[in-house]
Design a binder for this molecule. Structure first.
Ligand code: B3K
Ligand code: ZN
Length: 882
């Protein structure tokens, strides 16, 4: 018997190249309702040095093999063994090329995993990353096997007019029986995970772009019928991305055509297939009445991200999946820089750091911890994590900080030049920065291999008489679940010494750690830096722009933080000063709420927030970030252990109410001033004004203690951002009010035909933190519009409740955990990837107080004892319990 995939661990040290090389792949898809035949002709050759009797060993997944040929001749049955997930062929030529022909029969309509070829609303589409191509044909489905592809698609002409694949169009024509065909040729060798096919009755938005060398590229975005006009903003974002990548990194687009397709059933955000990006329609379609500012920003980011992959991911791909951060971390870094340039650098940085702390820090501190460059996995789909993406991007950003912008670009140029056409490794990437700049990044490289969030401790001492500031910096890393090393790493610490006039003071680094401009290079476990020549005690602005992904421990005086919140020239650190003060106030409030007391309230924080809200010198989006207090899960992370989500919730509500009471009058008048007039515009500056106005609405509503203002805002809303914000204040703050029910009903009735808005309606209710939350989600799971098979819908109810409703999911009686576990188990039968992803919400179970810890563990254990769990889900459950 051939082995079947039981999720055996894959280890990096077992990597070796394939026995046969693949040069070219020809694929013919004959699309019919119910069944699709795929004929593959693969040009291969035994590699030099490989034993002449070594068999060809290819991988499949749930495949059914119809025929095998070698150079056109049918292969005798005794020459091969086939099972749904493996094909082994013996007796192949010892040297020279041969053509392997395979025919497989697929059932795309029955493919609920949405990996390989499947149908979404009648449209045939594919998703191959990471291991979906093996669900189409037997292949070396791994990223280091690069080949050119020629793809022929045949289908009914009337019902399936659009036939798309990677590369450039080569041929098309008519066939008998009302059918037609199209042939696509992709001249750039690519791994199988970048293969794509789309076929259906689609609408199209056309445009074009002229590259920096003057080549014309045809651009098209395909949508479901009648929705092409909703992709105008996405098209604009695409063209801006193309310009930006040329200017910033010298990266020019290479094919004659670039296509994007929006699909409604999609496991993730989008996919960077060569020349044919396939998107979750959430990240393409926008309409001023139905899309919020967050949706516009999301589309812009994802369009850019997938486009940027054309160089960082496609032209240079990964040798193996352990190198996933090579393309993902780097591409996230690039899309963050794009947004910073297009919108606002400090606002983007704050949003990225908030995201990192909310998603990556808990992952790095819990049982699902893994290094940015892992060395083991059981199921690669479970490694598309915040650690790979977001921490991966932080590591690239640190290289930029350590080397400086120009030297960073020199290293990138060498990487893009030297490795074009390669399947590369992290070591290749780092070496380019070292060689191009004569730099030593060997200690820095530990960041890729040591899991966990290092703690950076800072102490300061100022000698007034001598005008001398002494900084003591220490780093430490606890051993965690991944069991990787804890050696001191190279940490770039950006800093400033802020004078009472708000200017950065000039100071001589007199001794101690290496200081280069505004960056301290911390390399040892403990180091001291001495600055001399200071006329007054400076306010220390440390870790500016969050220059390293560390857990900063710095007992800075409140007065200094309040001063930095007013004065710091570094906008990010102005935000952080307030955020740290607020975090501490919220921690105190949670502790006292747990003990049944009311927290003592220091009005200084409220006054600082009011001052920031009304500071005309700051862009509104930045003020909105400052006013948005740490979330309930942020507070849970700050508390660290023995967490009681009900106490966090009560404490936070109390703090918001008191700030609201103190600022109510100013907040109301500011909202009045911010109220927009004129037609809706999604640009960053208008979005910032709406963000500020809506964060203020929450304070005002909290202070008033009645739904009246939010209900009025809902009724008067002229766009989705304001409408959603008002509805969220109603549903989250006043769940039982008649106004809330009325607004939720109105919202549903207005938008029930728009799936993306109905998702918002599910999500908003699923995340409302109140005692009846579980009953509400149970009821919503029976709603006629709920559909477990659609990933967006499943995420908007189950995922949103599990990851975004601290109070509801973590009920003391364990009923929240039990319901989520039950839903995950049903979902696992349809779509293991989505089930496994939602299950990661259990990862912080050990941080709770004993009763919740026990009930959460019980649900996980029950899940782990079920028969027939997918490899995906079992991997997450087992690791969560380990
Ligand atoms: N590379 C894809 C993600 C694929 C996820 C596979 N489970 C999208 C992206 O990161 O751009
Ligand atoms: Zn990506």
């Amino acid at each position: 018997m051939l082995r079947t995939d039981q999720g055996q661990p894959i280890r990096i040290e077992d990597y070796r190249p394939t026995d046969f090389s693949v040069q070219d792949v020809g694929l013919t898809f004959r699309l019919f309702d119910g069944a699709t035949d795929v004929e593959a002709i693969v040009l291969m050759e035994r590699r030099e040095g490989v034993a002449a009797d070594a068999p060809l060993d290819l991988v499949g997944d749930e495949l059914s093999l119809e025929s095998v040929t070698i150079d056109g001749e049918p292969l005798a049955p005794d020459r091969y063994d086939a099972s749904p997930d493996r094909l082994v062929i013996r007796g192949l030529p010892a040297s020279g090329t041969f053509r392997l022909g395979l025919t497989t029969r697929l059932r795309p309509e029955a493919n609920t995993k949405l990996m390989g070829l499947y149908r979404s609303n009648g449209i045939w589409c594919t998703q191959c990353e990471a291991e979906g191509f093996r669900r189409i044909t037997y292949f070396y489905d791994r990223p280091d096997v690069l080949a050119t592809y020629r793809v022929r698609i045949e289908a009914d002409k009337a019902t399936v007019p659009v036939l798309l694949s990677n590369g450039n169009p080569a041929e098309h024509g008519l066939l008998e029986g009302g059918r037609h065909f199209a042939v696509w040729h992709d001249p750039f060798p690519k791994p199988s995970y970048l293969f794509a096919l789309v076929a259906g009755d689609l609408d199209r938005l056309d445009d074009h772009f002229t590259t920096m060398s003057g080549r014309k590229v045809d651009l098209a975005i395909y949508t479901e019928k009648g929705r092409a006009h909703e992709s105008l903003y996405a098209m604009d974002a695409l063209k801006r991305s193309m310009v930006w990548d040329e200017r910033r990194f010298g990266c020019e687009y290479d094919l004659d055509i670039f296509n994007i397709v929006a699909i409604s059933d999609f496991n993730m955000g989008a996919m960077e297939n060569k020349g044919l990006n396939v998107f979750n329609h959430k990240y393409v379609l926008l309409d001023p009445d139905t899309a919020s500012d967050a949706d516009y920003a999301g589309v812009e980011t994802v369009i850019a991200h997938e486009y940027f992959h054309n160089w960082t991911g496609n032209r240079i791909t990964c040798r193996d999946w352990f190198q996933l951060c090579l393309k993902e971390g780097l591409t996230v870094y690039r899309d963050q820089e794009f947004t910073a340039d297009e919108r606002s650098a400090p606002v983007k940085r704050i949003a990225s750091v908030r995201g990192l702390k909310a998603h990556q820090f808990p992952e790095d501190q819990g049982p699902l911890q893994h290094p940015v460059r892992p060395s083991r996995y059981r199921e690669i789909s479970n490694f598309y994590t915040s650690t790979i993406y977001d921490k991966g991007a932080e590591l690239v950003r640190m290289i930029d900080t350590i080397l400086g912008r120009e030297r960073f670009r020199t290293g990138m140029d060498l990487y893009l030049d030297r490795h074009d056409g390669d399947a590369a490794t992290i070591e290749d990437f780092i070496r380019c920065f070292e060689e191009a700049n004569d730099a030593d990044l060997s200690q820095f490289a530990l960041w890729y291999h040591q899991a966990g969030t290092p703690t950076l401790t800072v102490e300061e001492d100022f000698d007034q008489a001598a005008g001398r500031l002494t900084l003591k910096l220490a780093q430490s890393l606890k051993p965690g679940a991944a069991g990787t090393g804890t050696k001191p790493m190279h940490i770039p610490v950006r800093f400033g010494l802020v004078g009472s006039n708000g200017q950065d003071m000039e100071a001589r680094p007199a001794a101690g750690a290496e200081v280069d401009g505004d960056v301290i290079h911390l390399r040892d476990a403990e180091e001291t830096v001495i600055f001399e020549g200071l006329a007054e005690r400076p306010y220390l602005s440390i870790l500016r722009d969050f220059s390293a992904p560390v857990d900063l421990k710095f007992q800075q005086r409140d007065a200094d933080r309040l001063a930095l919140a007013r004065l710091d020239t570094n906008a990010f650190n102005r935000w952080r000063a307030l955020s740290d003060l607020a975090g501490e106030a919220l921690e105190r409030a949670a502790r006292t709420a747990r003990d049944g007391d009311e927290a003592a309230f220091d009005p200084a924080l409220a006054d600082a927030l009011v001052a920031t809200a009304t500071d005309e010198a700051l862009e509104p989006a930045l003020r909105a970030q400052a006013l948005a207090l740490p979330s309930e899960s942020d507070i849970a992370r700050l508390l660290g252990d023995n967490v009681d989500p009900d106490a966090i919730h009560r404490g936070r509500r109390d703090v918001v109410r008191r700030i609201g009471l103190r600022g109510a009058e100013r907040f109301r008048s500011l909202r009045h001033d911010l109220a927009g007039s004129g037609p809706f515009s999604p640009d960053a500056s208008n979005a910032g004004r709406r963000a500020l106005s809506n964060v203020l609405l929450d304070y005002v509503a909290a202070a008033e203690g009645t739904p009246a203002t939010a209900a009025a805002s809902y009724a008067g809303a002229g766009n989705m951002t304001d409408r959603l914000a008002a509805l969220s204040v109603l549903a989250h703050r006043f769940p039982d009010a008649p106004d809330t029910e009325a607004a939720l009903d109105d919202f549903y009735k207005r938008f029930e035909d728009n799936a993306l808005v109905v998702d918002k309606w599910f999500q908003l209710q699923a995340t409302a933190p109140h005692a009846g939350a579980l009953d509400r989600v149970r009821q919503l799971a029976r709603h006629p519009k709920f559909n477990l098979a659609n990933p967006n819908r499943a995420r908007s109810l189950i995922g949103a409740f599990a990851a975004g409703n601290q109070v509801g999911f973590n009920r003391t009686d364990g009923a929240g955990y039990a319901w989520v576990a039950e839903m995950i188990q049903s979902l696992d039968q349809l779509n293991p990837q989505i089930a496994a992803r939602i299950a990661t919400a259990f990862r912080s179970w050990r941080c709770f107080e004993p009763q919740r810890r026990e009930t959460a563990r019980a649900s996980l254990v029950q899940l782990s004892e079920k028969e027939g769990l997918s490899v995906d889900l079992r991997d997450i459950v087992d690791r969560s319990l380990s």
